[in-house]
Design a protein around this ligand. Sequence first.
Ligand code: THU
Length: 136
Amino acid sequence: MSTTLSAQHQPLLAKAQQAQKNAHAPYSHFKVGAALIDNTTQTHSGCNVENAAYPLGQCAEATAIGMMVVNGGNLIREILIASPNDDFCPPCGGCRQKIAEFADKNTLVHMVTQQGEIKTVLFSELLPFAFGFDKD
Ligand code: THU
């Protein structure tokens, strides 16, 4: 979709990068930050939280989603993922399913590299034909 970082992305990017600084990534040394805007217009951020028992590590997106739920949000309008290097950091498969739980057809995913390159896609492009139940 879009490829230009603009002023509208700055608040989310700043929150994601702040969280990224606190990432607990002593095993991969790959610090990721995420920030999202929910249906209550609140912003929530997260970082990856690794564990010595490697499979127990949590991605940045999952942390941000948990923060949203704690604070009463239940729909992701936009989520931004800040990469620690010059490649985009698209959400992993597990995170795509976690985002799907709180996404609608308009949910946007912004991926931003360390040097500020941005790629924006509709979430539905990342996980078409997603598994889920109707929520109402
Ligand atoms: N990671 C994230 O936090 N988000 C992603 O979208 C991809 C990967 C984390 C998991 C692990 O702590 C580290 O990055 C290396 O895979």
